[in-house]
Write a protein that binds this ligand. Structure first.
Ligand code: ADP
Length: 587
């Protein structure tokens, strides 16, 4: 977005930065400590300069000053040096601590927020972008918070000390020298805008890069199978170049600042030399004056760069806050109570749902009694996945209600509701952990005997026992080392162990070999026994015993009944069945 003038933009930057600093508020004591050590730093720098002047006078005018006096003032130099060092160390330490701690807090807050965001958020946001915001952007914020606080703590006092020294030494010359400063700051401000814009673009380009990496890691098989390595490398190179060019833009803008300041300082210095000759300054005075000017360079440089730093970090912080401000759609109602009673009835009462504007489910009504199996059938995109997602409140209904024992599920706490629900989905997400921990995911504290028992009932024990480390074997990212059937049986074991009374089953579409299919099916039968099941069925052979089959078409229930009834009715279900039977017979 481009803004017509700098005013609102600057205001927004400052607001963002203020919001950022709010994260530092719990650490006010440390910040105060950092500032106090900053005062020590600035004070001792000034002290060292004054001691230097006295020492120089003593050293270069031996006849006027006794040796003992010279030694006494000379001894002050290392003392001030020590004090300055301590101030520097502790001020930096305390404020870096605050910066890093703020980043820890922000990262945690972000991650917590990500956990609360609805499933649809992950459908519409790129993983690379999320990763970049939680890592790069927070890092950027750390550097700026630490850097800015640290500079603000140390440099102003040093600067004040130096200005004081200059005026004390020669106020006229001091005034002339000080005029040069705004001249130095002007170009810095101009380059600031460039840095901010390029830095933000750079971050975005970096997210593109991470995206490609992620796509290639996940889709390695496809890339190889289709011989697209060259294409992927070209795509990657393209993004790398974009990152490179943004980085160089930032570098150009940033690298220009210092040479300009140095040039202006040199001009100033030459003029001061001439002035010194004209005014017949003593060497001690002149040297001290010069040293004070040189010592002023660092604070001026750092303070003038603070603006750049704030700009850069507010760009990063904007991206972080954008994520933090993303509204949580599925919220717990005030006064929600835990669902503790036995689930006797699950009712969909005229439920409608739309992701955006477009309705995906319309007027869905049915009831499942305890222990019943309801199966959903229908073409791809007919709304089956969406329908079962409403039960664990991955999304909330747009209209109507989902009831458990007659109570709206939104009146239960989300945690207690989800505790009643087991989920076996098409894409079995396994975590990069041991087999045992993967089975126990969702049932923390389960002992090994229970895990093994679940695995046995899921027909998974044999292949697990055959693995080199058995239950302690590590599963690669996304279960890369397991076959499809094995992954499904692990997911079934996970659900068995969790032992929730309601089960949502999204039957795998990918074809398994007959043996694997038989093992998975018998494991599923074990899992379904005694539970209220909501099953998305792709192969109609598996749901012949369902108590209720709902046929969906474009988000509406177009047919309902048992397998037998629906076949007899000769409608949509019959057609689907004939189609599959024919395909099955053909293969
Ligand atoms: P099924 O499981 O029967 O294949 P889905 O429930 O996945 O059907 O999808 C139903 C409709 O909702 C489809 O038209 C699909 O494009 C749309 N849809 C699914 N998920 C989302 C989402 N996160 N955002 C927007 N539309 C979606």
């Amino acid at each position: 977005m481009t803004q017509p003038n700098g005013g609102p933009k600057l205001k927004k930057e400052w607001e963002t930065y203020r919001r950022l600093l709010r994260f530092a508020r719990p650490y006010t004591l440390r910040i105060i400590g950092g500032v106090l050590f900053g005062v020590l730093f600035g004070g001792s720098t000034t002290g060292a300069l004054l001691a230097l002047r006295e020492t120089l006078s003593g050293v270069f005018n031996p006849e006027e000053f006794p040796l003992a006096g010279v030694i006494a003032v000379a001894a002050l130099l290392p003392l001030f040096g020590l004090a300055r060092g301590l101030g520097d160390y502790f001020s930096t330490y305390l404020l870096e601590w605050v910066g890093n701690r703020v980043v820890l807090d922000i990262r945690l807050k972000l991650f917590k927020h990500l956990q609360d965001l609805s499933i649809s958020f992950y459908g519409t946001n790129r993983t690379g972008d999320l990763i970049s915001r939680t890592t790069n952007d927070t890092q950027m914020v750390q550097q700026s918070v630490s850097g800015v606080l640290s500079d603000l703590a140390k440099q102003p006092f040093t600067l004040l000390g130096m200005i004081g020294t200059l005026i004390y030494l020669d106020w006229k010359l001091a005034l002339i020298s000080l005029v040069l400063f705004p001249v130095c700051i002007l170009p810095v401000a101009t380059f600031g805008r460039k840095v901010r814009r390029s830095a933000r673009e750079g971050q975005e380009k970096m997210a593109d890069l991470v995206d490609i990496l992620e796509e290639n890691a996940v889709g390695a098989r496809i890339v190889k199978a289709f011989g697209m390595e060259g294409h992927e490398i070209a795509r990657f190179l393209d993004r790398c170049r974009a990152v490179f060019s943004r980085a160089m833009r930032v570098t150009r803008a940033r690298a220009s600042v210092e040479p300009i300041i140095v040039l202006i300082s040199m001009v100033g210095f030459a003029l001061i030399l001439l002035y010194a000759r004209w005014r017949h300054m003593t060497f001690a005075e002149f040297f001290t004056f010069g040293a004070a000017l040189v010592a002023m360079y660092e604070p001026v440089k750092k303070l003038s760069k603070i603006h750049l730093s704030v700009q850069q970090s507010s760009a990063a912080a904007d991206r972080i806050f954008e994520l933090l401000d993303h509204p949580i759609q599925v919220k717990e109602r005030v006064g929600a109570r835990p669902l503790t009673e036995t689930v006797a009835r699950v009712t969909f009462d005229s439920v409608s749902f739309a992701y955006d504007e477009r309705p995906v489910l319309r007027d869905i009504a049915f009831e499942a009694r305890r222990g019943a199996c309801v199966a959903f059938v229908g073409g791809s995109g007919s709304g089956k996945t969406t329908l079962v997602s409403l039960l664990p409140r991955f999304y909330d209904v747009t209209n109507g209600r989902v009831l458990i024992n007659g109570t709206d599920i939104r009146d239960f706490t989300i945690e207690s509701l989800r505790k009643q629900i087991g989920l076996v989905t098409q894409e079995t997400i396994l975590f990069n952990d041991t087999v045992a921990n993967n089975i126990a995911y969702g049932t923390p504290g389960a002992d090994r005997a229970a895990i093994e028992d679940a695995a046995r009932r899921a027909n998974a024990h044999e292949f697990i026992a055959a693995m080199p480390d058995g239950y302690d074997a590590m599963i690669g990212e996304r279960g890369g080392r397991l076959s499809g059937g094995q992954r499904q049986r692990l997911a079934i074991a996970r659900a068995l162990l969790r032992d929730a009374p309601i089960l949502i089953l999204d039957e795998a579409t990918s074809a398994l070999d007959t043996e694997s299919e038989r093992l998975v099916q018998s494991a599923l039968d074990t899992l379904m026994t005694g539970r209220t099941v909501f099953a998305i069925a792709h192969r109609l052979s598996t749901i012949q015993h369902a108590d209720l089959i709902l046929v969906l078409d474009q988000g509406r229930i177009v047919e309902r009944g048992t397998h037998r009834e629906l076949l007899a009715a000769g409608g949509a279900y019959k057609r689907l069945y004939d189609l599959q039977f024919r395909d099955g017979a053909a293969s």
